[in-house]
Design a protein around this ligand. Structure first.
Ligand SMILES: [Zn+2]
Ligand SMILES: [Zn+2]
Length: 163
């Protein structure tokens, strides 16, 4: 399993493989303490986050958002250009092909598990057990996480809240 962890100090993300109890941030050099569970280490299941030790996750399609956005804008502008040049057939043709490619690509994308609290991302062959994104849950958990960081108690000592 590969885990993308974010530095709390500077926000830079990096990929780490299970094992090291700590990782240095390539951006600011700060230490990121990591607590791996056996299931995460063996790529069996994401049961607890090595960064914040939270146990609340959601799954989403592993889409490169920047690439997706650039493609959508590029295709949109090209079609508008053809429309403007009164080549409607070409414009709608491009949109049609793109819609098909988009559908196929989306169907082929794998699921990535994401930590609600610290946004760590988990990629690997493990069994996906989390459900889809829930905005209400995300908001309350993110709030709880930022509060626990401010007070310096951390989720570690606070423990996971009951579901
Ligand atoms: Zn950093
Ligand atoms: Zn986390």
């Amino acid at each position: 399993m590969r885990v993308k962890v974010k530095c709390l100090a500077c926000g830079l993300a990096q990929n780490v493989a299970p094992a090291p109890p700590e990782s240095a941030c390539p951006g600011c050099g700060g230490a990121i303490p990591l607590a791996w569970t056996a299931a995460v280490g063996d790529d069996r299941e994401v049961d607890a986050c090595p960064v914040c030790e939270g146990r609340d996750f959601y799954v989403r399609k592993d889409l490169n958002r920047t690439l997706g956005l650039v493609t959508v804008i590029g295709v949109g502008l090209t079609s508008v250009g053809f429309l403007w040049a009164r080549r409607e057939g070409l414009a709608y043709g491009i949109l049609g092909v793109f819609a098909l490619v988009d559908l196929v690509a989306y169907a082929l994308l794998k699921l990535v598990t994401v930590c609600y609290r610290c946004q760590a991302e988990f990629r690997g062959a493990y069994r996906r057990t989390a459900s889809g994104f829930d905005l209400h849950r995300a908001e309350s958990l993110e709030l709880e996480y930022s509060r626990s960081r401010e007070t310096g108690r951390g989720v570690r000592s606070a423990g996971s809240p009951p579901r």
